[in-house]
Design a protein around this ligand. Sequence first.
Ligand SMILES: C=CC1=C(C)c2cc3[nH]c(cc4nc(cc5[nH]c(cc1n2)c(C)c5CCC(=O)O)C(CCC(=O)O)=C4C)c(C)c3C=C
Ligand code: FE2
Ligand code: FE2
Length: 342
Amino acid sequence: MSKKKTGKIGVLLVNLGTPDTPSTPDVRKYLREFLLDKRVIDINPVGRYALVNGIIAPFRAPKSAKVYRELWTDRGSPLMYHGRDLQAKLQTALGDKYHVAFGMRYQNPSIKSALEELREQSVDRIIVVPLFPQYAAATTGSVHDKIMEIVKDWWIIPSINFISSYCDDPNFINAFAELGKKYLAEDNYDHVVFSYHGVPERQVLKGSDHGYCKLGTCCNSYNKRNKYCYRASCFVTSRLLAEALGLREDQYTVAFQSRLLSDPWLQPYTDEILKTMPAKGYKKVLAFSPAFVADCLETTIEVGDEFKEMFLHAGGEKWVLVESLNSSDPWVEALRQMVLEN
Ligand SMILES: C=CC1=C(C)c2cc3[nH]c(cc4nc(cc5[nH]c(cc1n2)c(C)c5CCC(=O)O)C(CCC(=O)O)=C4C)c(C)c3C=C
Ligand SMILES: [Fe+2]
Ligand SMILES: [Fe+2]
């Protein structure tokens, strides 16, 4: 790949992607690319095309565009500008021996353009850091898949180090704990919710190591057999984060949000469980979204606004979302360490 040997190391940060603008056509374009990915809607291709082009893209796009307009800022989509800020800060933290690029799995900046940027810099090897702490075939798996699809056409394929999971990385956990501690010091919350993006149960079972994962107590420990089980990964992040925050097991709940279509997704569903909390005496709840390292539609709007409204409507008094890691210093430091160790 390198025209000359520079000794430089490329770091490729990749997040999911966001529409170019919150207009309905751009949101439709984004949803179409995203949901036509065979790792995201993992059904037969004919069914997937019919579902996405016939139902989701036409009907969901205008509704999603409305929500994206609420989220949009002068700097555009938060997922985008937090990614750019993180890229700049990590570049400064790592120094000239590294070149940090940023790409999105869907839409822009494309992974292809980010890889071309690294090729232009004549880097000798590449470390891929998907901005998803917990492995899921639909996210991390898809990023790796796309990178392999692109580099397979390069004449020289450099060493590429794919980081697949860091759900139990102490520096990642510490970065979230630092944010959370400030909130816990400010008020007496009755309960904490760790709300993760869901995935269909089927997708977790497909990755099960010789039937080890049965969506039961198997996920309560994190070990060699379930290292890439999304459910076990979310559980270990929650346990470690709770420990760092000084929470007992009965002081927090793990739940899953953002399901699409009617097949069973990981449970409990956040929007259902939060409605039962006020009756249990959990009137003041602090919510974390530890599957996201940057604020986006799923955190700010879904957890921060929509879940809050549901919780208050169900008799709750206070629902507060802890912001995501974004480009905070402990998160930049966690990534710097991760890169140095790889
Ligand atoms: C945290 C990791 C994520 C997993 C796992 C994930 C799985 C997954 N998502 C969908 C469908 C949608 N997700 C949408 C938005 C969205 N999803 C993630 C992350 C994960 N998704 C992020 C960071 C975002 C926000 C992007 C932004 O621009 O802010 C959407 C679009 C929003 C909407 O229309 O409501 C859909 C649709 C599936 C089907 C899936 C697993 C199979
Ligand atoms: Fe999603
Ligand atoms: Fe499991």
